[in-house]
Write a protein of this length. Structure first.
Length: 197
């Protein structure tokens, strides 16, 4: 990656509000305004608008519409790439930025789970799934687990792409948003359990 591009990605992805904006625009893929993001998160409009402009200047999002609303203009943006298109850029970021990025992404995921549980949607369909576990691994087992999650993510993205092609207007077709969370990470035991066999 070119140094200037890497530096720009570091600047953009290094701020948690920008990561949250990109996450909201990609999960699911949708158009979003600064006001809409504020309505969802309770954040200050002037701060959010600043970060939308920074993302647009970095080429991460594009303004696609302007709608007059009570004497002002509502600016509508769309993300230029799906989140997975930024994997190479992410890999080049410093560890401190990766940690902040991971924390922000997980916050979005946890909030999505919370909204689903609170609304009753989480258990509304029999196919809903929840798995959580911690397992012992070595380098070989860790590699196999990572490969499994990579394959699963690729299959989920293929399902998304097939649906998008088959159903161009999901809001008009009775479709709904489904969320999934794939995550594997080294997980130290809680301090009180470190000596347990």
């Amino acid at each position: 990656m070119e140094t200037t591009h890497a530096a720009e990605m570091l600047k953009v992805l290094g701020h948690p509000i920008r990561v949250r904006i990109l996450s909201r625009m990609n999960a699911p893929r949708r158009r979003l305004s600064p006001r809409g993001f504020c309505d969802e998160t309770g954040m200050d409009l002037s701060t959010v608008s600043y970060h939308f402009r920074a993302l647009a200047q970095a080429g991460m999002i594009t303004e696609v519409d302007q709608i007059p609303v009570r004497g002002s203009m509502k600016h509508i943006y769309v993300a230029n790439d799906h989140t997975e298109a930024w994997v190479k850029e992410y890999e080049s970021l410093p560890e401190q930025v990766k940690r902040a990025f991971a924390a922000t992404a997980l916050r979005e995921a946890v909030e999505a789970v919370g909204r689903s549980v609170d609304s009753g949607d989480f258990t509304s369909r029999p196919e809903s799934h929840l798995s959580w576990d911690s397992i012992w691994v070595d380098d070989e087992a860790w590699g196999k687990l990572g490969a499994l999650f990579d394959r699963t993510l690729e299959e989920a993205q293929a399902i998304r792409d097939e649906f998008t092609e088959r159903v161009p207007n999901p809001d008009e077709e009775g479709a709904w948003v489904a969320s999934y969370l794939l995550s594997s990470f080294p997980s130290p035991l809680p301090p009180e359990e470190e000596d347990r066999i």
